[in-house]
Write a new protein. Sequence first.
Length: 177
Amino acid sequence: MRSTYKVHNPDAVYFITSTIVNWIDVFASEKYFNILIDAVNFYIKNQNLTVYSYVIMKNHFHLICKSDNLTETIRLIKSYTAKKIISELNKDGEEELLAHFAENKKNYKIGRTYQIWQEGFHPQEMINNDVMKQKIEYIHSNPVNENYCKYPQDWKYSSAGFYETGIHSLIPIERII
């Protein structure tokens, strides 16, 4: 089902969420995390994407970000990462995962065999600093809530460490609050 959330203000900062279909744990090893990290970093360097906060979980990610064309940027990130994930799953012989992704492909998606990402990215405009703080805390607490780590700054695939220490993590962050 397509999201009813839309980017209405291209100059605004948005909280976004993208989820793997059926919440399948694709990001279970570093190489799969790196596929997404590399894609986000490419768009930061080359396409005017600014990231203020992020977390990558085993089956979804959150960003607080902005871009000249956020909808297109996220579409391209998801398209690229889907292709790379499929390629790696094939190399790794992950037939069961590939079968799940094949079962989830929408019939109207012609020219592809698999559906990796759920459609849409649920953009929510950050209307003030209080909302921004709440979303950053939510993002950073995700790994703790899922028992991935004890403290938010301990999760490698998050900007929590940057907010705690000022030392950049795997994705460069622009501090917003």
